[in-house]
Design a protein around this ligand. Structure first.
Ligand code: 5GP
Ligand code: MN
Length: 442
């Protein structure tokens, strides 16, 4: 075949393969790949498809395997689209030339920008990708972030229930205590606070995209493959198998999508966990993350037998009296900025001592400053150590508190985020108030 024609076919193939990849090939191993060129042999029987991709050598290899196993499908599609009598057999090859010239970063960043790849609100990975890892593994470690909230605890327990019903071995782990109001969930008493020397073939990290927020984890060779499910704003989700959807209300809602690919029926215990995850992360179906799909799922869970009132009683109306005493102390620290646009509260070790309480009882306190008319950003300073403070943010207007928290090495969602800072209380407060004033400035 004349070389000009061959060149044209190669270009068409490059275009068609790129568009098939952009539409999404099923194989979960395929990462963010770009087809850089196609070479066809003179007899048109063979083609070499060159690609580049970001990530580690292992990511690259996974993508290559994924592409190669999708080649039957790609050939069939090309046969239809290009109307060629014979579609060449093709081999996917990593484009080394780009590495050398260091052009890869330029090409990737152009395509990333075009496709919104760096958009932290973008969905990455898929429920199916995670389901495949759940099916493949035998022995799982399931964990979440420190200071676990309802979503963290309930989703860990939900994952354990669904994996156990598939005959898997599971250890749930969180170094921090389970807040008293989630102890009623099935298996809550069996969450370990250390992992010992155990080894696992998979470690599932829920509601968190930063390993350093999980507390001490087993060494890399003991924890197996990482599986990440998260709904925080991030451009770098965690895990070899992953599912990140920043628009999802909660991990519970995302797990329901994973369950669609698994041979598991939702029983009452699992339904309660999923409901609790959604209930707590939507602020009882009040926050803007409450979508129609969230309510449809909640309705299905109620049909399975979850009682909304019983869940309310357990989660919100079973507080120890000490928590109310602590709240009384904390509310005296309320400071409303003269602008009226931000307000803060402070929780110190001294208050815990005085009321015989601990940090697992403060969930929800920040809703008091947030609920003040005119306040756009609420802040809570909680003493984490002698000169160290955990700062929580809640926003109810246009201020993106995740980006404020990220400025201090933390993260979160647009309306709820956090970080930790070292320093004396008044220094930390000053720095945070300045950052918020800047974010609120017109
Ligand atoms: P909370 O204020 O309830 O601890 O956290 C609010 C939100 O911000 C949660 O979604 C939580 O995961 C996130 N968040 C809180 N603290 C941190 C932090 O130190 N780092 C990161 N990346 N996220 C945080
Ligand atoms: Mn969550």
């Amino acid at each position: 075949m004349a070389s000009v024609r061959r060149q044209r076919v190669a270009e068409q193939m490059q275009e068609e393969i790129s568009s098939l990849i952009a539409k999404g090939l099923k194989d979960p191993r395929i990462g963010f790949v770009t087809i850089t060129s196609v070479d066809i042999s003179a007899d048109l029987k063979r083609a070499w498809v060159y690609f580049c991709t970001s990530g580690t050598d292992a990511d690259r290899e996974r993508s290559q395997q994924g592409l190669q196993s999708s080649s039957g499908y790609i050939r069939r599609m090309l046969g239809k689209r290009l109307r060629l009598r014979n579609i060449p057999e093709f081999e996917f090859k990593y484009d080394e030339s780009l590495d050398r010239g260091n052009q890869i970063e330029t090409i990737l960043s152009e395509v990333r920008e075009q496709e919104g790849w760096d958009d932290p609100e973008r969905v990455r990975g898929s429920a199916e990708e995670v389901a495949l890892a759940f099916i493949a593994g035998k022995r799982f470690l399931v964990t979440s972030h420190l200071n676990p909230d309802g979503d963290a605890i309930a989703s860990m327990l939900a994952v354990r229930l669904l994996l156990e019903s598939m005959g898997k071995e599971v250890v749930c782990y969180n170094p921090d205590p389970v807040p008293h109001n989630f102890m009623f969930l099935a298996g809550a008493a069996d969450i370990e606070n250390t992992t010992g020397e155990d080894s696992f073939d998979h470690t599932v990290v829920l509601d968190c995209s930063e390993l350093n927020r999980c507390g001490p984890l087993p060494a890399e060779e003991l924890r197996g493959k990482l599986v990440g499910i998260d709904h925080h704003l991030t451009v770098s989700p965690l895990g070899e198998a992953r599912y990140l959807n920043p628009k999802a209300s909660s991990i519970g809602e995302m797990l329901d999508k994973v369950l669609e690919h698994l041979p598991v029926e939702i029983d009452l215990d699992l339904a309660k966990c999923l409901y609790c995850s959604i209930l707590t992360d939507t602020g009882s179906f009040r926050y803007s993350n409450t979508a129609p799909a969230t309510l449809h799922l909640a309705a299905r869970l109620v049909e399975i037998g979850v009682s909304p009132w019983d869940m309310t009683l357990k989660v919100y109306e079973s507080q120890p009296v000490e928590r109310v005493h602590l709240l009384a102390e904390v509310l005296q620290t309320l400071v409303v900025d003269p602008s009226g646009k931000h307000a803060s509260i402070t929780v110190t070790d001294e208050m815990f001592e005085k009321t015989g309480t601990s940090k697992d009882l403060i969930d929800g306190f920040i809703n008091y400053p947030r609920g003040i008319d005119g306040v756009e950003v609420a802040i809570q300073f909680r003493q984490a150590d002698i000169n160290r403070y955990k700062v929580s943010f809640r926003s109810r207007g246009n201020v993106d508190v995740a980006s404020i928290a990220q400025g201090f090495g933390g993260g979160g969602h647009r309306n709820a985020a956090g970080c930790e800072l070292s320093g004396e209380l008044n220094e930390v407060q000053k720095i945070i108030y300045q950052a918020i004033d800047r974010a609120l400035a017109p």
